[in-house]
Design a protein around this ligand. Structure first.
Ligand SMILES: Nc1ncnc2c1ncn2[C@@H]1O[C@H](COP(=O)(O)OP(=O)(O)O)[C@@H](O)[C@H]1O
Ligand SMILES: [Mg+2]
Length: 213
């Protein structure tokens, strides 16, 4: 880790059932195998406070939640995650792998629910301590594939199909706008093929940032 200044923040994004968690965990296992210090988190969640907020967000009893309340809860959980886990880990030169991050907020709350992107961007920057992923993997799958894979039960997952399509569209739009940061993975590929793609990109960024593999 000679010459490494700060850790690397890697996010996995995509709609429900796209395969984010599978790939994020496979990457963390790969990092551990190569003795590269890492931390795996999920957003919302991973802190004690964040997990409680996550329960509120996903509870189907909370159908009446206003879009603004939803946004602020996601940001509250992210804020705790950023300050309690992510920033210290990055200062410690660790690789932080997160299952979802800010782009999920833009895709779900802005592109799909219609909250104003410019305002949410400012709120998010405040909440997320200015943290931005160095690299974002978007697992791109169509609606049919997604349905085939998922068992959808929580409040967010059981939203109408049209909503998930808007989310998917939002992610693809962001990927086009931030080509340098985004890597779009073809979610039709097998789990192993996708993992190989992820590792290929990770090796490149680790080398560039001064890590020894
Ligand atoms: N590339 C893939 N091909 C086939 N099945 C997959 C693939 N990726 C994930 N799966 C399966 O699809 C389901 C959802 O994957 P998961 O990683 O939990 O998605 P997400 O975290 O995006 O909701 C799991 O049962 C997983 O094993
Ligand atoms: Mg998941």
């Amino acid at each position: 880790m000679h010459g490494v200044k700060r850790g690397i923040l890697i996010s996995f994004e995509g709609v429900e059932g796209s395969g984010k968690t599978t790939q994020a965990k496979a990457l963390v296992d790969w990092l551990a195998l190569h003795k590269i210090p890492n931390v795996f988190v999920r957003d919302p969640g991973s802190t004690e406070i964040g997990e409680k907020i996550r329960d509120i967000l996903l509870d189907r009893k909370n159908r009446g939640m206003h879009a603004k309340c939803e946004l602020l809860l996601f940001l509250a959980a992210r804020s705790q995650l950023a300050y309690e886990i992510m920033l210290p880990a990055l200062m410690d030169k660790k690789i932080v792998v997160t299952d979802r991050f800010s782009d999920s907020t833009y895709a779900y709350q802005c592109y799909a629910r219609g909250l104003p992107l410019r305002l949410v961007t400012i709120f998010n920057r405040f909440a997320a301590a200015g943290l931005k992923p160095d690299i974002t993997f978007l697992v791109d799958v169509d609606a049919a594939k997604r349905r085939e894979r998922g068992k959808f039960t929580d409040r967010m997952e059981t939203e109408a199909e049209d909503y998930h399509q808007k989310v998917q569209h939002g992610f693809l739009l962001m990927a086009r706008r931030a080509k340098k940061r985004y890597i779009v993975l073809d979610g039709k590929k097998s789990i192993d093929e996708l993992h190989r793609d992820v590792v290929h990109h990770i090796k490149e960024i680790l080398t560039r940032k001064g890590y020894k593999i």
